[in-house]
Design a protein around this ligand. Structure first.
Ligand code: PRX
Length: 648
C-alpha cells in the first residue's frame, strides 16, 4: 500500500437539490438530514430500533445493537422473514394488485407481476425447494439470467431460511464450481440459457460441467428460457415448471432469528480465492429498506429501474430486497443495453415512464461514446432522479448524465458502498444534500466514515488516506463464509477495531467524501471488482505459462482495464496465437468480463528480494509512466528495463 494517496481532483461545482424536488422529498433540507444523522449517531439503538419497527417482526428485537469488534449482532431476540416483508406485508395491507415487477425480456416481451402473484410464485418455489430437501441454513446457488424467476428463487430461499448464493451469469463453469464448493451448496437453480445480445449464454452447460466436481449438490432446478436443447439427468435435475406444478401457493414464511444467514455473495479479495461475504436477515433487511427509501426518495407512483445484474450486490439490495420491501414498482430488463440498438434503454425509459434510473459509471461512459443523439431521440421527461454506483464517476460523465439523461432537472445520487456493506453508506439524499460531481458527499444515517493515515491518525481536510468505518451498521457483513480469520484479517486488522474498506479517499473542507478507488490488489473493471490474484492463478494454470502478474490501468470506458504480464515456460514462443489463447483461457475460466485487454510477455517479472511481484512497478509500466519511487527492493533491476522495452 502506498503511504499517502495523492488526489488530483480539482472539481468545484456544486448542485443544490432543485426546490421542487426538495419540497416533495422525504428529507427536504440539509437541516433535516443533519438532525436525523446526529440522532442516528448519538442514539443508534433508538434510531435503528425505530427503523426496524417499520417492518414486520414475528418477535420484536430485544437488543438493537451489540458490538464486540469485529463481531456485530443486530436486533437480537427478534425473529422476522425478509420475503414476508417484501411480499405478504404488502398483500396484507391491500396492495396485492400493485405491480411489483415490470419485466422486459431481451427479445421484447413484457410481463407484469403483481405483489400477489409474486407472493404465490415465491410460495410455490419455496415449497418446491422444501420438497427437494432444502431446509433453513442449507445453501442454494442461483445461477440465472435477469428473469423474474431469479427474483422468485431468491425470495423463496429467504422464505424458508435457505441461504442463497447468486452467481453472476457471466461467470464460466470453473468459477461456478469453486463458488458452489466453497458454499457447500445442496441445490443449484439455473436456466437452459440466458439471452444476451441476441445470443444464448449456455448456463446449463456450464452447470453441468461444474457438477462433475461439486459433490455437495444433490439437485438442480432448471428453468426453460431460451429453448436451446439440454439434457437433464432424471432424479438429479428437475424442470422449474415440473417442480412448481405440484407445489403449494400458500406456504407460511418461516420466522427466522435476526442473525440467521440470508445470503452469501462471492467477491474478489487480494488472494486467489473469492471471499464469500455473508449477510444476515434482520440487519440487512433494515439497511436495504431504509437506504432505498431515503436515497431513492421512493414515492408511490415511482417506476424504479436499476440496471445492475442480480448476480452483484447492487441487484440484491436495489433490484430485489430494498425496492420490494418498500413496495416499489421495479422495472427489470433481461438483456444488453445495446440490443437491438444502442438506444434500447432510452426507448424503455420513455415507454415504461421510468422515474428513477440507477446505473454505473462504466455504462454512462459507454452511452457517451455511443452518442447524444440516441437519448435525445426519446422522451426522458418522466425521469426525476438518477443514481450511480460501482466506481468513482468522473465529473465529465456526471455532467453528461445530468444534462443529457436528466435534462438538467434530476438530482444525481452517487452512492458509495460495497458487497460487504450490504447497503449504501454514502450518498447525497437528493432533496437535502447538494451534489458535487464525483463526490458521494455525506454519510448515510448511522455511518461514521473516517479518512486515516498509514499510522492510524486522522487525515487533514483534502489529504488522501484510507477510508474506514468506525461504528457497526445493521447491514454490515458478519463474516467471510467458513473463514472467520480471513474476515478479521481482511477488514479489521489494518486499523484494529475499525472496518477497513480497502478504498482510498479524501474529505474536503465541507466534509464531503471523494472516493478514489481501491488501494489493494483489486481492480474495478466495468464496475466489476476483480482480484488480480484470481486472474493470475488462472493464467498460471495454463500449460504455457510460468508466471503472471495482472494490474489495472485507467481506461476511459471501463474505469480500469486489465494488463497481464506473463512469463512463458522455457521453449514456448511469445506469439500472437499464444496471446489470444491466454485471453480466451481467462474468458473461459472466469468470464468474458475478466478477459485481459493487453497481454505482455516478459522473460522475468520484477520482484522484491522476498519474492513478491512488484505490482506497483507493473502498474506504472502499464499506464506508460516511467517507474517512480522506490526500486531498491527490486531483485534484478535489468528486469525492469526489459519490460519497458517490450511494449505491444
Ligand atoms: O472501490 C469502491 C467502488 O466499488 C467497490 C465495491 O465494489 P463491490 O463490492 O463490487 O460493490 C459494487 C457495488 C456497490 C468500492 O470499494 N465503488 C462503489 N461505488 C462507488 C465506488 N467508488 C466510488 N464511488 C462510488 N459511488
Amino acid at each position: 500500500m502506498t503511504s499517502s494517496i495523492v488526489s488530483v481532483s480539482k472539481e468545484t461545482r456544486v448542485f443544490p437539490p432543485p426546490g421542487e424536488f426538495a419540497a416533495a422529498a422525504r428529507v427536504g433540507s440539509l437541516e433535516a438530514y443533519t438532525a436525523m444523522y446526529r440522532r442516528s449517531i448519538d442514539d443508534p439503538a433508538g434510531f435503528w430500533g425505530e427503523q426496524a419497527a417499520e417492518l414486520f417482526w414475528f418477535d420484536a428485537p430485544k437488543t438493537i445493537r451489540q458490538w464486540d469488534p469485529p463481531k456485530a449482532r443486530w436486533f437480537e431476540g427478534g425473529t422476522t422473514n425478509l420475503a414476508y416483508n417484501c411480499l405478504d406485508r404488502h398483500v396484507a395491507a391491500g396492495a396485492g394488485d400493485r405491480t411489483a415487477l415490470i419485466w422486459e425480456g431481451e427479445p421484447g416481451e413484457v410481463r407484469r407481476v403483481s405483489y400477489a402473484e409474486l407472493l404465490r410464485e415465491t410460495c410455490r418455489c419455496a415449497d418446491a425447494l422444501r420438497k427437494l430437501g432444502i431446509a433453513a441454513g442449507d445453501r442454494v446457488v442461483i445461477y440465472m439470467g435477469m428473469v423474474p424467476e431469479a427474483v422468485i428463487a431468491m425470495l423463496a430461499c429467504a422464505r424458508i431460511g435457505a441461504v442463497h448464493s447468486v452467481i453472476f451469469g457471466g461467470f464460466a463453469s470453473d468459477a461456478v464450481r469453486d463458488r458452489v464448493n466453497d458454499a457447500g451448496a445442496k441445490l443449484i437453480i439455473t436456466q437452459d440459457g440466458a439471452w444476451r445480445r441476441g445470443k444464448i449464454v449456455p448456463l446449463w452447460d456450464n452447470v453441468e460441467h461444474a457438477l462433475r466436481s461439486c459433490p455437495s449438490v444433490e439437485h438442480t432446478v432448471v428453468l426453460r428460457r431460451t429453448g436451446n436443447p439440454i439434457t437433464l439427468s432424471p432424479g438429479r435435475d428437475v424442470e422449474w415448471t415440473d417442480a412448481l406444478a405440484t407445489a403449494s401457493s400458500q406456504l407460511e414464511a418461516v420466522p427466522l432469528p435476526a442473525e440467521h444467514p440470508l445470503f452469501i455473495l462471492y467477491t474478489s479479495g487480494t488472494t486467489g480465492k473469492p471471499k464469500g461475504v455473508m449477510h444476515t436477515t434482520g440487519g440487512y433487511m433494515v439497511g436495504a429498506h431504509v437506504t432505498t427509501k431515503y436515497v431513492f426518495d421512493l414515492h408511490d407512483d415511482d417506476i424504479y429501474w436499476c440496471t445492475a445484474d442480480i448476480g452483484w450486490v447492487t441487484g440484491h439490495s436495489y433490484i430485489v430486497y430494498g425496492p420490494l420491501c418498500n413496495r416499489a414498482t421495479v422495472l427489470m430488463y433481461e438483456g444488453a443495453p445495446n440490443h437491438p440498438d444502442v438506444d434500447r434503454l432510452w426507448e424503455m425509459i420513455a415507454r415504461h415512464r421510468v422515474t428513477i434510473f440507477y446505473t454505473a459509471p462504466t455504462a454512462i461512459r459507454a452511452f457517451i461514446r455511443w452518442g447524444d443523439e440516441h437519448p435525445r431521440k426519446h422522451d426522458l421527461s418522466s425521469l426525476r432522479l438518477l443514481g450511480s454506483v460501482g466506481e468513482p464517476i468522473n465529473p465529465e460523465a456526471w455532467m453528461w448524465y445530468r444534462d443529457v439523461i436528466g435534462g438538467g432537472r434530476c438530482p444525481i445520487v452517487d452512492t458509495w458502498w460495497q458487497t460487504e456493506t450490504g447497503a449504501i453508506m454514502m450518498a447525497p439524499l437528493p432533496g437535502a444534500i447538494a451534489a458535487k460531481p464525483g463526490s458521494c458527499t455525506l454519510p448515510f444515517f448511522g455511518i461514521v466514515p473516517k479518512i486515516l493515515r498509514q499510522d492510524g491518525t486522522e487525515a487533514a481536510p483534502n489529504e488522501g488516506g484510507f477510508l474506514v468505518i468506525e461504528q457497526p451498521w445493521p447491514s454490515m457483513l458478519r463474516t467471510v463464509w467458513g473463514d472467520d480469520e480471513r474476515f478479521r484479517e481482511t477488514y479489521f486488522s489494518r486499523f484494529p477495531g475499525k472496518y477497513f474498506t480497502g478504498d482510498g479517499a479524501r474529505r474536503d473542507p465541507d466534509g464531503y467524501f471523494w472516493v478514489m478507488g481501491r488501494v489493494d490488489d483489486v481492480v474495478n473493471v466495468a464496475g466489476h471488482r476483480l482480484g488480480t490474484a484470481e486472474i493470475e492463478s488462472v493464467l498460471v494454470a495454463h500449460p504455457d505459462v510460468a508466471e503472471a502478474a495482472v494490474v489495472g490501468r485507467p481506461d476511459e470506458l471501463k474505469g480500469q482495464a486489465l494488463v497481464a504480464f506473463v512469463t512463458l515456460k522455457a521453449g514456448r514462443a511469445p506469439t500472437d496465437a499464444v496471446r489470444e489463447a491466454l485471453a480466451e483461457h481467462v474468458s473461459a475460466e472466469i468470464g468474458k468480463f475478466a478477459r485481459p485487454d493487453s497481454i505482455r510477455f516478459a522473460d522475468a517479472l520484477p520482484k522484491t528480494r522476498s519474492g513478491k511481484i512488484m505490482r506497483r512497478l507493473l502498474g506504472e509500466l502499464a499506464t506508460g509512466q516511467a517507474p517512480r519511487g522506490d526500486v531498491t527492493t527490486l531483485e534484478d533491476i535489468s528486469v525492469l528495463a526489459a519490460l519497458r522495452g517490450d511494449d505491444e
